[in-house]
Ligand binder design. Structure first.
Ligand code: NAD
Ligand code: DAU
Length: 344
């Protein structure tokens, strides 16, 4: 990959032990010999060091276990490692959890982002990449796409907290001149995703012949992107993006949930009778679809992995990593699953 206008040498990745963060850490270390990665992660239920077992011994990689709300400690870490940029993934990321308990979402996603912005300023205006979500735009009907100028209209406590964070990030750009960039991506899938999210949850249930809980009638549509395509887009924005700008990132792969679930069952050779329609998610957004033409035209990025190939690869990855899955499923996730789906 070519280098761009900004040439990072020491990146602080927050939330690097989570799903996308761990894929991003691996992506950076395997593509650039001269970049150090400092993974700042509080290791919540979603942070799993097994996700990074293969890079843990790499001299270019360091783990700093810390809550992002600890501003002074973040500043110390940035100074100690000579950090030149912050790529901010750390968040409470699951919509259903935000409906049950919104407070932690505001603490981590809003206060935590503010804390990192303050640290970025204190350390000499570090380049700051905010990993945002298309959910801040709200919900679409059967047609249309979100562009970067679509007004924010978040519907869940999760997306409201992410929208608040995006506003803070752009305010720090406008008010203090911090070199900030915001990306807004659609639904990711791929290796190391926590099995509370739809695709790994359905794979995990199907392999054990458990019911597959489809919310409502399964007609809701998401635009799926393979996680590596997202990671490549983020690096492109970090090095070539224009500070102050927002970049949408989408997978060009809109699918209704029920179609995704049926495809998973087909790949696993399991019967559709496992599908169980359950009570809908409150405030369930009907459809997301992303117009990624800005990042394509300005920075030359486009997704490379089509959904069918990516999904097959993902299913195979989970089947090859049953220890990883079992470890989660018999730990924090099992308790969570029982709480969330009790009575359905
Ligand atoms: P995840 O839940 O898998 O991982 C979150 C990580 O953040 C974990 O490692 C966790 O330990 C860490 N973390 C949480 N609270 C923290 C705190 N207070 N201090 C330090 N670390 C903390 O999340 P993900 O699915 O990988 O999402 C990563 C980011 O990408 C999030 O900001 C999310 O909003 C955004 N995003 C996700 C998707 C998606 O489809 N998963 C799509 C678009 C954007
Ligand atoms: O769009 C980007 C967002 O995608 C990210 O910002 C979030 O962090 C990420 O969690 C994801 O949010 P969703 O709510 O879209 O993802 P989830 O996997 O929870 O659900 C995908 C769809 O599947 C959604 O329409 C709800 C439905 N669903 C989900 C679960 C967990 C089910 O039908 N059954 C389920 O058990």
């Amino acid at each position: 990959m070519s280098s761009g206008d900004f040439s990072p040498k020491a990146v602080l990745v927050t939330g690097g032990a989570g799903f996308i963060g761990s894929n991003f850490v691996r992506f950076v270390l395997s593509n650039w010999d001269d970049v150090r990665v400092i993974n700042l992660d509080g290791l919540t239920y979603a942070g799993n060091l097994e996700n990074l077992a293969d890079v843990a011994g790499d001299p270019r990689y360091t783990l700093e276990k810390l809550d992002i709300c600890e501003t002074e400690a973040v500043i110390e870490i940035c100074r100690k490692h000579g950090v030149d940029s912050i790529i901010h993934f750390a968040a409470e990321s699951h919509v259903d959890r935000s409906i049950v308990g919104p407070r932690e979402f505001v603490r981590t996603n809003v206060d935590g982002t503010l804390s990192l912005l303050q640290a970025a300023r204190s350390c000499g205006d570090l380049r700051f990449l905010q990993i945002g979500t298309d959910e801040v735009y709200g919900s679409l009907g059967p047609t249309g796409q979100f562009t970067e100028t679509t007004p924010l209209d978040p519907h869940s406590p999760y997306s409201a907290s992410k929208a608040a964070a995006d506003h803070l990030v752009s305010a720090f750009g406008t008010t203090y001149g911090l070199p900030v960039l915001i990306t807004r991506c659609s639904n990711n899938y791929g290796p190391y995703q926590f099995p509370e999210k739809m695709i790994p949850l359905m794979i995990n249930n199907a392999r054990q012949d458990k019911p597959l809980p489809v919310y409502g009638d399964g007609a809701n549509v998401r635009d799926w992107i393979y996680v590596e395509d997202h990671c490549r887009a983020l690096w492109t924005v970090l090095i070539n993006g224009q500070p102050g700008r927002v970049y949408n990132i989408g997978g060009n792969s809109e699918r209704a949930n029920l179609d995704v679930v049926k495809t998973i069952l087909r790949h696993l050779g399991k019967p559709e009778s496992l599908i169980t329609f359950v009570k809908d998610r409150p405030g369930h957004d009907f459809r997301y679809a992303i117009d990624s033409s800005r990042i394509h035209k300005e920075l030359g990025w486009e997704p490379a992995v089509d959904f069918d190939t990516g999904l097959k690869h993902t299913i195979q990855w989970y089947l090859n990593h049953l220890d990883w899955l079992d470890h989660i499923v018999t730990g924090a996730y099992q308790k969570y699953y029982e709480e969330m789906y009790a009575g359905r």
